[in-house]
Design a binder for this molecule. Structure first.
Ligand code: BGC
Length: 417
């Protein structure tokens, strides 16, 4: 009798333990390795550790995440994926088809995620109708960053059209500054290109080109114009850009060596980490010609199926933590993005984040949200890779006619469809 009751007590304790005291471990794969990004990632680690769990950092350096995805595939193929990985957009569906992802329905129902998240974006983190990932934020890609001290020295106003952008760039170059701070990686070239496509082809053209991948749009005269404009932009980038990381390019702006950078608002994380203030030390301007439109990039953590119960509990806690207002505030203020919870109080956010939230809500209400191709939101990784190959090749081939690049774009996409 005694033995049985001890056993029963032991069993009931064992059932309780994972929910109450067992610390689990979550291994999180991400590529937040710049100074500013790391500060943001640290906020998640801290909040998870406060819940009694162990954070196993799996950071793979490389902006845009290409290197991280390669490492993740190797781990998944060997049957040992991490608990969570930064996977975004349509790629989530590809991972879902492999049957490796955890079902977050219980956590999502408990936290009423369907009510918290913008509908269009909630679909992105579901597979087969179930949540398999938790979204962290919304980044805006169509931003132009400006160093106002440099602009004032040259007597410039923030540009609102592409013509004004080039005229400002001419003056910056003539005054001895790097007009446009840029790095040398395919995803950075892709980021410039998608901004130009939105400005030149307009929202319908952008959608037809990158989401529908319509051959007529891909080979159109406007697409050739986007390539020609990309070549023009390149002439304002310094000769040392090859291989440079995006955050080093932001550093050139922060140090007053360059006047402008075209980059998503993770660039703001570097300004924040350097103690600089939005609207005073730097300015965020909607990329000329794309006002009223919002190219979005949503970071999300996909959860993999786990067999260890304590680790599974820790994984659920990670998912819960991400959508807590406290995390949304700390993380996004450091990351440069805006909260993915649209009910978040924005009063403690800076002027760029406030503008971004306002523009996001407005764009969401009138069909103005465009998914970023360069940041995994518009198409599969195969289509994205095909676009990067053509764009970077054109970027580095001064004699290639823009019309030929447009033809190559359509052909490269067709080949991977
Ligand atoms: C990610 C951001 C990241 C940036 C630079 C983007 O694709 O969404 O979280 O900061 O790449 O690495």
């Amino acid at each position: 009798m005694k033995t049985i009751s001890r056993l029963a007590l032991g069993l009931s304790m064992a059932c309780l333990l994972p929910l109450t005291t067992h610390a689990g471990e979550v291994e999180v794969l991400h590529w937040w390795t710049s100074g500013g990004e790391k500060r943001a990632a640290d906020t998640l680690q801290k909040l998870l550790e406060e819940k009694g769990h162990v954070w196993k950092d799996f950071a793979v350096a490389g902006g845009g995440g290409e290197a991280a995805m390669t490492v993740l595939k190797t781990r998944a193929v060997s049957g040992n994926p991490p608990a969570a990985a930064q996977i975004k957009g349509p790629n989530i569906q590809e991972w879902g088809q492999l049957g490796l992802l955890a079902d977050l329905t219980a956590v999502a129902n408990q936290g009423q995620w369907d009510k918290l998240l913008p509908e269009q974006l909630a679909e992105v983190v579901k597979y087969d109708g179930h949540y398999v990932a938790v979204p962290l934020n919304i980044h805006r890609v169509n931003w132009l960053w400006i160093n106002p001290t440099v602009f004032a020295k040259v007597g410039l106003q923030p540009p609102t059209t592409l013509d004004e952008l080039f005229s400002a760039a001419d003056k910056l170059k003539a005054a001895g500054y790097i007009a446009i701070a840029h790095g040398g990686q395919p995803w950075q070239d892709g980021t410039l290109f998608e901004n130009l496509v939105l400005a030149i082809l307009g929202p319908e053209g952008y959608h037809k080109a990158f989401v529908e991948q319509d051959p007529a749009t891909l080979t159109s005269a406007k697409m050739a114009e986007a390539f020609a404009t990309l070549r023009k932009l390149r002439s304002y980038i310094d000769a040392d850009a090859a291989g440079r990381d995006w955050n080093a390019a932001t550093g050139l702006l922060i140090d007053g060596k360059a006047g402008m950078q075209i980059m998503g608002d993770w660039a703001k994380s570097e300004w924040t980490a350097a103690g600089k203030v939005a609207g005073k030390d730097y300015q965020c301007v909607v990329f000329p010609g794309t006002q009223g439109r919002f190219i979005y990039n949503m970071d999300s953590l996909v959860m993999f199926k786990l067999s260890n119960e304590a680790n599974r509990q820790a994984q659920d806690d990670l998912a819960r933590t991400v959508l807590e207002p406290k995390f949304q505030e700390f993380f996004n203020q450091n990351k440069g993005s805006i909260p993915v919870r649209l009910d978040q109080d924005m009063s403690s956010f800076d002027s760029c984040a406030q503008k971004s939230m306002q523009d996001f809500k407005q764009a969401a209400s009138n069909g103005g949200l465009e998914p970023s191709l360069a940041h995994d939101m518009a198409a599969s990784s195969y289509v994205q890779g095909a676009v990067f190959d053509v764009v970077t090749n054109f970027f580095n081939s001064p004699d290639m006619p823009p019309e030929k690049a447009a033809e190559q774009l359509a052909a490269a996409i067709k080949a991977v469809q």
